[in-house]
Design a protein around this ligand. Structure first.
Ligand code: HEC
Ligand code: HEC
Ligand code: HEC
Ligand code: HEC
Ligand code: HEC
Length: 397
């Protein structure tokens, strides 16, 4: 190569380096948070009519929470969260909303609990990108608005009737209706056909397969996409005989997907944050639940059917429709509507106590992923009696 070309290259690279240096110096002198805070004080001066506010010295502001093992610097940019005069400003200058309860802010003093206990995000970070995430090596990016409610459970042991937590109550209704507990355990209760759901949100992104996910590599995104289509997210390895997900694909609306995703987050929150537990004095204990009263044995049995999530596999009201690949007959878990034709009361009880593995449609194919679990360790005789009466009552007159 000719000498002049080398000269030009050298000149160009020196120029590049110089530019990089200038950018770095600029970032050091005017970091993002200084720009945001400066703008905040200018707006404050306008709102209060006190021009001296605009000259407030800029500094990193933080809430130090040794009890929570957290330091939250969110207020470095969100300076106005506790200033009601800033309620009409755009984000990030706006005062904090009260989710439908004027007492909300008083009951949750930010200087005592910070921000990340509810919002997640990276507390100590001072750039928006790192504070909000997602960024590598930080497992808890800022929760989207619909999911924040999931963390209320880290302090509130009873969500029923708690203002602002209505989405969790709705999510729990769905959870019962669909019989999720027939296939999953929650804090150890239920059936381990699918994973324990209190662990899901705590597992960390590296425990999930993102190959079939469109969007951010976050636990929230994975769970959302999985609810929309479990088989698309967990297709298995057909070539190795590993079947796709056995979880039913529910026709959920986007709102329902959010409700269930927030619910799964709340299950993990109840367990507490391993490294950063919520101190006991911030826990709000659950009120004792009154025992449910039933008008008849059949009604009680319907409650037992729901309690153990039988409809998770046998469909709502035992009407069937849940796929079970390579199971004999229709490749579906059998409906229960006509069991009174084929089984005596005692036979029904034995089936429920002992469980059964279904036969394969193609004997050389993989085992059907869903089986009838044995409930004898879990269910009481009284519950079993009522359950059987309910099953018999399912037959249309
Ligand atoms: C460097 C400045 C900065 C820091 C630090 C910061 N934020 Fe923000 N935040 C912003 C800006 C700017 C917005 C305005 C909306 C946007 O640009 O996304 C915002 C918006 C938000 C929103 C509204 C999101 C939305 O989609 O409307 C929430 C919630 C939030 N921040 C929470 C936090 C929490 C919690 C922390 C601490 C972990 C934090 N922020 C730290 C700058 C910051
Ligand atoms: C006790 C839980 C809790 C704490 C603590 C908390 N927030 Fe919030 N935050 C919420 C809830 C719930 C909402 C949603 C309110 C609504 O429905 O509009 C919210 C909303 C917000 C929004 C507006 C989001 C939007 O979409 O417009 C911002 C910004 C925000 N919080 C920042 C903060 C910052 C900064 C802190 C710490 C100083 C903080 N929050 C502490 C629960 C909390
Ligand atoms: C860090 C723990 C903590 C978190 C997280 C938290 N709260 Fe609270 N909350 C409290 C405490 C403590 C009280 C005061 C209880 C009392 O006065 O008896 C309270 C009180 C309340 C109250 C007043 C009514 C009552 O039952 O006392 C409401 C409503 C409320 N919280 C809603 C929420 C919602 C909604 C969320 C989630 C966005 C949430 N809280 C998250 C600790 C928390
Ligand atoms: C994890 C899935 C799953 C759950 C949950 C489940 N079952 Fe089953 N159940 C099955 C499968 C699969 C069969 C078919 C077994 C076979 O073909 O041998 C079955 C068979 C039955 C049968 C025999 C029906 C027939 O026509 O052969 C009864 C009765 C029954 N289940 C009742 C219940 C009750 C009551 C509950 C709740 C306590 C329940 N099941 C929960 C999967 C499940
Ligand atoms: C018929 C059984 C069955 C029912 C009913 C069922 N699931 Fe699943 N679920 C599974 C199986 C099997 C897996 C593991 C394979 C997979 O990831 O798809 C799973 C996986 C999951 C996962 C991923 C968990 C993790 O840690 O990887 C979540 C979250 C989940 N289910 C939530 C639910 C919820 C909520 C419901 C009720 C709306 C529900 N499931 C109903 C069988 C079921």
């Amino acid at each position: 190569m000719r000498r002049s070309v080398w000269n030009w290259l050298f000149l160009l690279s020196s120029f590049g380096l110089g530019l990089l240096f200038l950018v770095l110096v600029f970032q050091e002198t005017f970091p993002e948070w200084k720009m945001v805070q400066g703008e905040y004080y200018r707006r404050l001066a306008q709102v209060t009519g006190d021009p001296s506010k605009a000259g407030t010295p800029l500094k990193i502001l933080q809430i130090y929470l040794p009890e929570f093992h957290r330091t939250d610097r969110c207020i470095t940019c969100h300076v106005g969260v506790d200033n009601p005069r800033m309620k009409d400003q755009p984000q990030p200058f706006r005062a904090h909303p009260d989710p439908g309860d004027p007492e909300f802010l008083a009951k949750h003093p930010f200087n005592e609990i910070g921000c990340t206990v509810c919002h997640q995000g990276q507390g100590p970070a001072t750039t928006k990108r790192h504070a909000h995430g997602p960024v590598p090596h930080w497992e808890e990016p800022l929760l989207s608005k619909e999911l924040v409610v999931g963390t209320c459970a880290s302090c509130h042991q009873n969500i029923e009737g708690l203002k602002g937590a209505e989405p969790l109550v709705k999510g729990m209704q769905l959870f019962r209706e669909k019989g999720c507990i027939g296939c999953h355990t929650l804090h150890g209760k239920g059936m381990l056909v699918g994973p324990e759901l209190a662990e899901t949100w705590r597992k960390g992104v590296d425990q999930f397969d993102f190959r079939y996910i469109h969007g951010d590599e976050t636990v929230a995104t994975w769970i959302r996409e999985h609810f929309k289509d479990p088989q698309a997210v967990v297709p298995g390895y057909p070539a190795l005989g590993i079947p796709e997900s056995a979880m039913p694909k529910y026709e959920l609306t986007d709102e329902e997907v959010n409700l269930l995703t927030a619910l799964v987050l709340s299950f993990a929150s109840e367990e507490g944050d391993e490294g950063r537990p919520v101190p006991a004095r911030f826990k709000v204990a659950a009120a004792p639940q009154p025992a449910q009263a039933y008008s008849s044995k059949i009604e009680q049995g319907r409650g037992v059917f729901e309690k153990y999530g039988c409809m998770g596999c046998h469909g709502i009201g035992g009407r069937g429709g849940v796929r079970n690949k390579n199971m004999e007959m229709a490749e579906e878990v059998p409906p229960l509507v006509y069991v009174s034709d084929g089984f005596s009361r005692e036979e029904l009880k034995e089936t429920i106590r002992k469980g059964r593995y279904p036969a394969r449609s193609d004997p050389s194919g993989p085992a059907p992923p869903l089986w009838m679990p044995a409930w004898e360790q879990k269910i009481s005789e009284e519950e079993l009696d009522a359950l059987v009466e309910y099953l018999i009552s399912l037959k249309p007159q």
